[in-house]
Design a protein around this ligand. Structure first.
Ligand code: RM4
Ligand code: MN
Length: 388
């Protein structure tokens, strides 16, 4: 059992980044169910994200997605966020929603389309300069639907060229986070389908190119914590896009489908001493709240990450190591399960009180009246959404 003061200090310093798109309307390809009070622009998204930070104390930044969060003056957006107690975090590119990208973006066989996609990625770096963001997060929907449709190797060459151009444009202190996803929107081949492909590209680029693990982007049954351990060993884990899935890329609340998996992932992070902000792992949420209210869902998600992290911090490392070295299979497993089965909610409630926060963030949010205020105040205009 770790020293509880140290556990609380680690939880207090942990930072979780919120996605701007979680506050806008979202849905499936069947239907987007609009909600009342949804932000109409990135400023209102930042106000909502600030609420999540206000009640959790550990979510001081909001990632943006371009062009969904396009504004005239990114410096002004960053200043507005700062006035509200948060920062603008990772800048996410979007090269998957333009008619030109039907056959891909940076891997497209048409050089005109590749050039257009690259220009967008470079524009995202300009935005980072203005917002002071450290991370550029790249996810490509590129791929093919039919065998023979395009050349797998040539597409990798095109990808490598684009990544090198973007990497070369980064300034000191800026990083490129490359995300992989098994399938969808492409169904036969995806150009960055797995962590191996991501890592190969990052290794070719340089030390500021790192892999992002989106927990919803694997085949069912994949041992995600193994991937996390391997990327940490290689010094190439740039961060997480946390969410949970029952089937494919469901983008449900992290910790909802499989809290044990989240604990196992956080156990690898804690073992590698990668929890503190200076370790360089960005703990981001990438979720959509299609049927549930968005701000409380984000608060709940932050709490779920905190609970898994607290349990991971409670693992008795020396007992675990002793059992492992003894070949004590059941003993080692019992040490891990003891930590997982600990109810950490009282510990987290106590920590929040020590941080000057309400012990129950969801209840405190509901009591604040903010939800009613935005429903009344955001009546006109068009609600933000992901426009699919
Ligand atoms: C993608 C990927 C990206 C996210 C978008 C919304 O599937 O997960 O990280 O920016 O969805
Ligand atoms: Mn993601």
């Amino acid at each position: 059992m770790r020293d509880l003061t140290a556990v609380k200090a680690a939880l207090r310093n942990h930072r979780i980044e919120l996605p701007s798109w979680a506050f806008g309307n979202s849905g499936t390809r069947f239907k987007v169910f609009g909600q009342a009070g949804v932000p109409r622009d990135p400023y209102e998204k930042a106000s909502d994200a600030a609420q999540v930070h206000k009640y959790t104390g550990v979510a001081p930044s909001m990632a943006v997605h371009i062009p969904w969060d396009k504004v005239d003056d990114y410096g002004a957006l960053a200043a507005f966020a700062a006035d509200n107690g948060i920062a603008i975090g990772a800048v996410n590119s979007n090269v998957f929603q333009d008619d030109d990208y039907k056959l891909g973006s940076v891997c497209n066989p048409d050089p005109r389309v590749r050039k257009k996609a690259l220009a967008h990625l470079l524009e995202c770096v300009d935005i980072m300069d203005a917002t002071g963001s450290r991370d550029l997060k790249l996810w490509f929907g590129d791929g093919t639907n039919y065998p023979g449709q395009d050349d797998i190797g040539l597409r990798q060459d095109r990808l490598g060229d684009a990544l090198a151009a973007v990497y070369g444009r980064l300034r000191a202190g800026q990083r490129m986070l490359l995300e992989y996803k098994l399938f969808e929107p492409s169904f036969y081949s995806t150009d960055v389908p797995d962590w191996g492909t991501g890592l190969v590209h990052c290794l070719a680029l340089g030390p500021d190119a790192l892999v992002v693990v989106d927990t919803g982007h694997h085949a069912p049954g994949v041992n995600i914590e193994f991937i996390v351990a391997m990327l940490l060993r290689a010094g190439r884990l740039g961060g997480f896009d946390f969410n949970s899935r029952f089937y494919a890329d469901d983008d449900l609340m992290v910790g909802a489908a499989d809290p044990f998996q989240l604990f196992r992932i956080m156990h690898e992070v804690v073992k590698a001493d990668a929890l503190t902000p200076d370790a360089g792992v960005a703990f981001m949420l990438d979720q959509c709240h299609n049927i549930e209210p968005k701000i409380p869902a984000q608060i709940r998600s932050v709490m779920n990450v905190q609970e898994a992290t607290a349990k991971a911090l409670l693992v008795d490392d020396s007992a675990l190591r002793a059992a492992q070295l003894d070949g004590d299979v059941l003993g080692a497993n019992a040490v891990l399960m003891d930590a997982y089965n600990t109810d950490v909610r009282p510990l987290l409630a106590q920590l929040r009180e020590q941080m000057g926060l309400a012990p129950d963030p969801v209840a405190a949010y509901h009591a604040s009246g903010y939800g009613e205020k935005i429903i009344a105040g955001r009546a006109g205009g068009s609600p933000a959404g992901w426009g699919a």
